[in-house]
Design a protein around this ligand. Structure first.
Ligand SMILES: Cc1ncc(COP(=O)(O)O)c(C=O)c1O
Length: 447
C-alpha cells in the first residue's frame, strides 16, 4: 500500500486510529482498584469503554458536527427501545422539558395552553420540571408526594383540579414509575395533556410498558448520572406526529421546515421556495418560515455518537441498577425502625436512578448525622433535588396554587437523601456501603 491519498488509504488510517484509541482506552482509562475508605463511591457517573471513545472520534473524523446522521440513528433506536414513534434529540433534559411544555402552548394547536392555565405537578421535584411552566406564563398547581415512592400522590389529583387545569407534568422521580395509569385516566376524564418527565427513568416499566410511552409527550436526560449518557443531552418523545413537528420547530429556532440532513437542497417537500407567508403576496423560503417562537436546543452528532454505544449497553445498565438496588435494599432492611426504604407500585418495574432513604422523624439521629458519617467515609450522598420547590429562593415568589397541604413534601425536604446504584458500582463498593451503615448504627448504640 502506498501513501497515495486514496479512499483505501483513508480507510486504513481510520482503522489504525480506532485501534490506537482502543489501546489508549485500555491504558489511560483503566479504572483504579477500589480501596475502601479511600476511593470515592459516587452516586452516579459515566460508564463506558473504548467503543464510546471510538464512536466519538469517528464522528470527529466525519466532522458532521451538527444535528446529523448519528442524531437520527440515535433517535430511531431510542424510539424503538421505549416504544415511541417520534424522538426529537435536544441538548439536555431541561431543554426537553422546555420544548415539551412549550409545544403544548403552540398556537398551531386547536386548544393550546394559554397564559394563566394550570398545570398540575408535584412540589417535590427537579427545578427544570417547574421552570418551563413558569416560563410559559402558566400556573403550577402543586400536589403532595408520598415519602417512600417520592412520586406525586395520585390520590390528590382530583383535589387539584380546577376549571383552569389543562395539563399534568409528572416526573417518575429517581426512576420509580408514578402510577401513570391513574394519571392517564384522570387526564382523559378531564381532557388534559400529560407530559411524563422520564429524565430519571429510562428503562423503567409500568405494567409492562416503558415509562415515557404513556403521556402525550415525554422527556429524557442523558446527563452522565442518568441511565445512558451523551455528555449533556436529552430527548422529547411522542406518538403524535403533529406534536413532534411543533416540538421540532420549537427546538430549531421556531422554523416550520422539517427537512433533515438527507433532504435535497430544494427541500423534502420540493417546494422550498413556494411557501406563502400570509399577506405577503409572493412565496418565501421555507427554511426561513417561522411558525413558532423557538430556541436552538439541538443535540450534536458528536453527542449522539457517544449515545449510540451507550444504547447497546442500556439493557445491561438497567440490570446492574436493579441488582445494585436489590443488594442495598436487602442490606438496609434491618434499619427500617429508623429509615424509610423505597416503596414502589406492584405494577412498577423500576430501573432505579438511585437508592432513596428518609430518616424517620423519631430516629435518635438526624439526616445530617448520617450523611456526614457517609461522606466522611467517601460515600457520596445527595438530597432529593429541590426538596420542596416552593422553599427554593427562585421559586418562592412564582404565581402558583397549592392544591392540598404539602406535609410529605416537607418531610422529603427535611429527611430524604439518596445514594448511588449506578452500574459503575460493584459488589465490593456495595459491601463497603453496607459496612459503613452497620458501623454507623453500631456507633449510635442501635445494633
Ligand atoms: C426529573 C428530572 N427532570 C429533569 C432533569 C434535567 O435534566 P438535565 O440535567 O439533562 O438538564 C433532571 C436532572 O437530573 C431530573 O432529574
Amino acid at each position: 500500500m502506498t501513501d497515495e491519498p486514496t479512499p483505501a488509504r483513508a480507510e486504513m488510517l481510520r482503522r489504525e486510529i480506532l485501534d490506537k484509541i482502543a489501546e489508549y482506552y485500555r491504558i489511560a482509562h483503566l479504572p483504579a482498584d477500589f480501596v475502601p475508605g479511600e476511593t470515592f463511591v459516587n452516586y452516579g457517573g459515566r460508564v463506558y469503554d473504548e467503543r464510546e471513545l471510538q464512536s466519538a472520534v469517528e464522528a470527529v473524523l466525519d466532522f458532521w458536527l451538527t444535528d446529523g446522521p448519528r442524531t437520527e440513528a440515535f433517535s430511531a433506536r431510542l424510539g424503538q427501545y421505549v416504544g415511541l414513534k417520534c424522538i426529537l434529540t435536544v441538548n439536555s433534559g431541561s431543554s426537553a422539558n422546555l420544548v415539551a411544555l412549550t409545544t403544548l402552548c403552540s398556537r398551531q394547536l386547536e386548544r393550546p395552553l394559554l397564559p394563566g392555565d394550570e398545570v398540575i405537578t408535584p412540589a417535590a421535584t427537579f427545578p427544570t420540571t417547574v421552570a418551563p411552566i413558569v416560563q410559559n406564563w402558566l400556573i403550577p398547581v402543586f400536589v403532595d408526594c408520598r415519602v417512600g415512592t417520592y412520586n406525586l400522590d395520585v390520590n390528590l389529583l382530583e383535589a387539584a383540579l380546577s376549571s383552569q387545569t389543562r395539563a399534568v407534568f409528572v416526573p417518575h422521580i429517581l426512576g420509580n414509575p408514578v402510577e401513570i395509569d391513574v394519571v392517564m385516566d384522570f387526564a382523559q376524564a378531564h381532557d388534559l395533556y400529560v407530559i411524563e418527565d422520564t429524565c430519571d427513568a429510562l428503562g423503567s416499566r409500568y405494567d409492562g410498558t416503558y415509562c415515557g410511552a404513556f403521556g402525550h409527550l415525554s422527556t429524557f436526560s442523558f446527563y452522565p448520572a442518568h441511565h445512558i449518557t451523551t455528555g449533556e443531552g436529552g430527548a422529547v418523545g411522542t406518538n403524535d406526529t403533529r406534536l413532534y413537528h411543533i416540538a421540532h420547530s420549537i427546538r430549531d429556532w421556531g422554523r416550520d421546515c422539517w427537512c433533515d440532513h438527507k433532504s435535497p437542497r430544494d427541500g423534502e417537500c420540493r417546494q422550498r421556495f413556494d411557501w406563502e407567508i400570509p399577506g405577503l403576496g409572493e412565496p418565501y423560503d421555507h427554511r426561513y418560515y417561522f411558525t413558532e417562537i423557538g430556541y436552538n436546543l439541538k443535540m450534536t452528532d458528536l453527542q449522539a455518537a457517544i449515545g449510540l454505544p451507550q444504547l447497546d449497553k442500556l439493557p445491561d445498565f438497567v440490570a446492574a441498577r436493579k441488582h445494585n438496588f436489590a443488594v442495598l435494599y436487602e442490606g438496609l432492611s434491618r434499619y427500617t425502625d429508623y429509615l424509610v426504604l423505597p416503596v414502589w407500585s406492584p405494577k412498577a418495574d423500576p430501573a432505579w436512578f438511585a437508592f432513596t432513604i428518609a430518616v424517620r422523624e423519631d430516629a435518635p439521629f438526624t439526616r445530617r448525622d448520617l450523611n456526614d458519617y457517609l461522606r466522611m467515609r467517601k460515600i457520596e450522598t445527595r438530597y432529593l433535588f429541590a426538596g420542596n420547590i416552593l422553599r427554593q429562593p427562585a421559586y418562592r415568589h412564582i404565581p402558583h396554587r397549592i392544591a392540598t397541604p404539602l406535609p410529605e413534601t416537607e418531610r422529603v425536604l427535611k429527611s430524604a437523601f439518596f445514594i448511588g446504584v449506578y452500574p459503575g458500582m460493584d459488589d465490593a463498593r456495595l459491601a463497603y456501603i453496607l459496612q459503613v451503615f452497620e458501623d454507623f448504627f453500631t456507633g449510635q448504640g442501635l445494633l
